[in-house]
Design a protein around this ligand. Structure first.
Ligand code: 5GP
Length: 182
């Protein structure tokens, strides 16, 4: 099964592409039903959430717009720096939208806690957070996403947009990172 250089960092596959597809289909349906007829802006936190955003927006069958922000708390490797930096901001005036932040993973909760605070100051009509992965056992700040597709243990994961030192984002599944490869 494991072939080629791309899989070198994979210890084991945690969530398959099929499992991800199924959950995204359900999440897209829920979002379409609860926001039907309202101006939706999906805000993706780059870079990790770009793959999730691409699949989630296509699972939503009501009109929506997309926007991107870059917020970083990990610089390289598997250790969090604890500093959140907004390196690229949205171009939209979010006061006209129901905003849904689309995130790859909630770990300590610091990134989203700060991003939510920042966006609330801009008075969106409403603001919710949907995350692909949640690691509740790692939480440092009191933050909970409104929707989370998978809850995982305290593992460092790669694939489906998530990296380790900028690699492995193009794996189609979520895998536990093989630290022996570091
Ligand atoms: P938080 O601020 O919640 O601690 O961190 C959120 C960010 O840390 C995520 O958006 C992601 O970029 C990074 N992160 C947290 N856990 C993991 C992980 O297991 N794998 C990868 N690749 N990134 C992670």
């Amino acid at each position: 099964m494991m072939k080629g250089e791309l899989e070198n960092g994979v210890k084991r596959v945690l969530i398959t592409k099929e499992e991800i597809d199924q959950k995204i289909k359900e999440a897209g349906k829920k979002i379409s039903e609860s926001y039907d007829g309202r101006p939706i802006l999906l805000v993706s936190i780059l870079k990790g959430a770009f793959v999730f955003m691409a699949d989630l927006c296509r699972a939503i069958d009501v009109p929506c717009e997309i926007g991107f922000m870059c917020a970083k708390s990990y610089y390289s490797g598997t250790v969090s720096s604890g500093i959140v930096q907004i390196t690229m901001d949205l171009e939209q005036d979010i006061s006209k939208y129901h905003v849904i932040i689309v995130e790859d993973i909630v770990d300590t909760g610091r990134t989203l806690n700060d991003v939510v605070k920042l966006l609330k100051e801009r008075n969106p009509i409403s603001l919710k957070v949907v995350t692909l992965l949640d690691k509740p056992s790692r939480r440092i700040v009191d933050f909970n996403p409104d929707m989370s597709l998978f809850t995982i243990d305290d593992l460092f994961v790669i694939g489906y947009g998530l990296d380790c030192a900028e690699k492995y984002r193009n794996l189609p599944y979520i895998a536990e990172y093989n630290t022996e490869n570091a």
